[in-house]
Design a protein around this ligand. Structure first.
Ligand code: NAD
Length: 267
């Protein structure tokens, strides 16, 4: 049985992850953490998540919550995740993180922590999105430079980072396949007399509103035809199930930085 602690236990994803851990064979919840001062500290993590009491209180101490755990599942924010990765590396605990919005420098820091313990880091833990990543690579390979690429993503009005980590990863996959540098060709802003679209650029647009869980469309736009590859998330549960699956997968893995393509055997 793999023992799991969850950070951000009272968050939108935290609750779904605690429920998914309860429903996934081979894993069990042994710790839950929230930020210091959170009103739900001391409450039962299962009751807060809505899946019934689990006998695991929400703590404000990561060290305490990790005492009995093999793996930490962390869906918070890059600054918090970096701190948590440092603690996991120090204590020899595995880490699965779905946090998004990392800068290149923060990503490098995560790589350094992954030299000590296995770390699964993925901006999107759903099987469908990871299948889309493969389809995008194939589409870019087939279509080559003949089609303009634009990416549009939609999320709920509480999302803090833009564009989404998934949209960025989609842009990077297409750019890599087309031999372009994503950081140079991604175009996040068009306004006023900004001139014609360049051939190389990859447009990145975001929509924010209501309770949209997450939608991503990559457009390959040619002369007289257009391909659209779309993923629509209808609930957060498949991200949570993916995270629980990733935690179970780390069981026999050595130190290193992994992603969901590794977990799902898509590489
Ligand atoms: P949220 O704001 O609902 O939850 C985050 C929780 O983290 C909050 O409850 C907050 O109190 C808690 N927190 C903050 N600092 C903390 C600390 N130091 N220790 C412990 N807990 C702390 O946000 P959310 O919608 O659950 O999203 C969380 C992250 O997951 C975001 O980065 C989001 O983009 C990402 N996300 C990833 C996937 C994926 O599949 N990879 C899917 C959905 C969301």
């Amino acid at each position: 049985m793999i023992k799991i602690a969850v950070t951000g236990a009272a968050g939108r994803m935290g609750g779904r992850i605690i429920t998914a851990v309860k429903e996934t064979e081979g894993v069990e919840l042994t710790g839950a953490v929230e930020r210091a001062g959170h009103p739900l500290i001391g409450q039962d993590a299962g009751s807060v998540a809505g899946c019934g009491p689990l006998g695991v209180p929400i703590l404000d101490s990561l060290d305490g919550a990790l005492a009995d755990a093999d793996v930490l599942i962390d869906f918070t924010f890059p600054e918090v995740t970096l701190h948590n990765a440092e603690v996991c590396a120090r204590l020899g605990k595995k880490l699965v993180t779905g946090s998004t919005g990392f800068t290149s420098e923060q990503r490098e820091q995560m790589k350094r922590h992954a030299a000590a313990v296995p770390v699964v880091m993925a901006p999107n833990m759903s099987v469908g999105v990871n299948a889309c990543f493969k389809l995008l690579k194939e589409a870019a390979r087939i279509l080559g430079d003949g089609f303009d690429v634009e990416i549009v993503e939609l999320h709920h009005n509480k999302k803090k980072d833009s564009p989404s980590g998934t949209a960025v990863r989609m842009g990077q996959i297409v750019a890599e396949e087309l031999g372009r540098d994503y950081d140079k060709v991604a175009n996040f802003h068009r306004e006023g007399m900004c001139g014609e679209r360049t051939h190389e650029e990859i447009g990145m647009q975001t929509v924010r509103g209501g309770d949209i869980v997450g939608e991503h469309t990559v457009y390959f736009i040619g002369m007289g035809e257009r391909i659209e590859i779309t993923h629509r998330a209808m609930s957060r549960d498949m991200f949570a199930r993916g995270a629980a699956r990733a935690a179970a997968w780390t069981g026999d893995k050595g130190a290193g930085l992994y992603d969901m393509q590794d977990v799902l055997g898509l590489k």
